[in-house]
Design a protein around this ligand. Sequence first.
Ligand SMILES: Nc1nc2c(c(=O)[nH]1)N[C@H]1C(S)=C(S)[C@@H](COP(=O)(O)O)O[C@H]1N2
Ligand SMILES: [Mo]
Length: 198
Amino acid sequence: MIKRIVSPDTLRENRVPPGQYLSEKWPVLHHGNVHHIDTKTWTFKITGLVAKERTLTYEEFTALPMVEVFSDIHCVTTWSRLNNTWEGVSTAIINELVTLNKEARFVMVEGAGGFTTNLPLDDFFQEDALFALKHDGQALTAEHGGPVRLVVPRLYFWKSAKWVTGLRFMAKDAPGFWESGLYHMHGDPWKEERYGQR
Ligand SMILES: Nc1nc2c(c(=O)[nH]1)N[C@H]1C(S)=C(S)[C@@H](COP(=O)(O)O)O[C@H]1N2
Ligand SMILES: [Mo]
């Protein structure tokens, strides 16, 4: 039986964070073009502050144990979509694939075409965070970041990198793609961490 994880934010009495409205549809949003990834050549690279860097093929990645996560989506552009079921590889598995150096505190998540987004390790390793391969029982479409995207349910959806290609562990925080522009370094929807100080 696959392990089922319920994102704690779905258990709140009011599931809609301040300034958000509910959307039945699932909008497609990203910078640049949709990436059409060939799973035969796709790799997942773990680099930075690890004892030994590691690269997995699609075959190796999809042989890892899978979990199911039930979560809500909160996009900084103010739509929220409740009741999403994801299936994929828990971020916790990363600790079984590599040994993090003691100084590692943050991770830069890398996506196709040079996309990046930064996360503190505490957020990255929350038990409802996963590398999703399926949404509501269907393989993720290219539009929504397939074959593999990150999903971090407790933060705004821009942290959920589409077309994930790897991770780089870091000692200090550094802004990713959207964080270098307008967006907040952290992105907690319940605190409305939408925009940065710049
Ligand atoms: N690779 C990549 N991932 C990305 C983005 C992007 O520009 N590139 N945009 C983020 C933003 S701003 C949002 S709101 C969500 C949208 O995901 P969706 O299109 O599946 O709704 O993807 C996030 N992940
Ligand atoms: Mo977004």
